[in-house]
Design a protein around this ligand. Structure first.
Ligand code: AMP
Ligand code: TRP
Length: 342
């Protein structure tokens, strides 16, 4: 039986804590997504009632072509299945299948001071980079809070770049609960041991919008090309110069792809090895590590209708949970017909 089975009349039938996380379908999954978050999505599906959302409404802040967004959403389902999410052990959903997420966002919007949102680092950075300054960008973390707590999830596997968003989610929950009663738990972030992964530029966070990613399902040649173009220690100019593994992104990534990373880092520090060699080894290891997942992804992509089946199964699992929450919320805030009215 599914772990998420619920009786719609009584709400969740299990007392296991719930996990929710969202990932934007704004481009191909990359090393930052995998090491920062997806590893934990997979790990947590056995210990918790886990729900993972492809957050297409969030991605609308950066993807402005309808056909592309739909394709990227489908691709992200395949990515999640390939990294190891199992639809029998977790629910995979498409955020836009549930207008209730947006409804709860609006309800939270009436509780959240604008100043909290203007302080949000992602919003401030976006503005500094000259991004389109839409109201969606401002209210983005409010939708994120709604995504999580509409399922009363208490654990949220995310990369460390999401710390500020999670803190804001907690503040939003506290503000709502103060006004309307203790309806929502305060969600906690669950991190992997990876830092915020830097992009191939070695300077900014690896992100789809920055165009500095190593997509985990790229063809081996492409992975090699991208890894070889990575910026290493800028002070190591000649092959004989000692390197500084602590500032070299290539050395840092070796940590996750082999038990011998201390030797590798030592090789750089003593100039025993050169950057080119260290990059080649990293590229080979990344390709090998993701090979079975890439093959699985290709198999799944060839199965017509599979993605929609997975999303339909996920939707059926989560709908009663979200409907129970929204009934409680609408009753508390005083919208809709109200409980007990025929
Ligand atoms: P996004 O692609 O922005 O929807 O992110 C999906 C998940 O990957 C979130 O949990 C992020 O925190 C995580 N993530 C994205 N980029 C990085 C990165 N460069 N380092 C670590 N985690 C990341
Ligand atoms: N903001 C997250 C990101 O950029 C994506 C996201 C949307 C999310 N809703 C969420 C993450 C809910 C965790 C929980 O990565």
């Amino acid at each position: 039986m599914s772990q998420l089975a619920v009786d719609p009349a009584t709400g969740p039938a299990t007392t296991r804590e719930r996990v929710f996380s969202g990932i934007q379908p704004s481009g191909a999954s990359h090393l930052g997504n995998y090491l920062g978050a997806q590893v934990n999505y997979v790990a947590l599906q056995d210990q918790y009632d886990a729900i993972y959302g492809i957050v297409d409404l969030h991605a609308m802040t950066t993807v402005h072509d309808g056909e592309e967004l739909r394709r990227l959403t489908r691709d992200m389902v395949l990515d999640l299945l390939a990294v190891g999410l199992d639809p029998d052990r977790c629910a995979i959903i498409r955020q836009s299948d549930f207008p209730e997420h947006s409804e709860l966002m609006w309800i939270f919007d009436t509780v959240v001071p604008v100043s909290w949102l203007e302080r949000n680092p992602t919003y401030k950075e976006g503005r500094a980079e000259g991004k389109e300054n839409s109201n969606g960008l401002l209210t983005y973390p409010v939708l994120q809070a709604a995504d999580i707590v509409i399922y009363k999830a208490s654990r949220v596997p995310v990369g460390k770049d999401q710390a500020a968003h999670l803190e804001l989610s907690r503040e939003i929950v506290r503000a709502f609960n103060r006004r309307y009663g203790e309806i929502f738990p305060e969600p906690q972030a669950v991190y992997t041991d990876a830092p915020v992964v830097l992009g191939i530029d070695g300077a900014r966070k690896m992100s789809k919008s920055a165009g500095n990613t190593i997509p985990i399902f790229a063809e081996p040649d492409e992975i090699h090309r991208l890894v070889m173009s990575m910026v290493t220690d800028p002070q190591r100019i000649k092959r004989s110069d000692p390197g500084r593994p602590e500032v070299c992104n290539v050395c840092q990534l070796h940590r996750f792809f082999g038990g011998d990373y201390l030797q590798i880092q030592d090789g750089e520090r003593t100039a025993r090895t050169g950057c080119v060699q260290t990059k080649q080894l990293l590229a080979e290891r990344i390709v090998e590590f993701f090979r079975p997942m890439r093959e699985k992804r290709a198999r799944l992509a060839a199965e017509a209708g599979h993605v929609e089946e997975v999303l339909a199964a996920g939707a059926a699992q989560v709908r009663p949970i979200l409907e129970a929450t929204m009934a409680e919320v609408r009753a508390a805030v005083g919208i809709g017909r109200g409980p007990g009215t025929a």
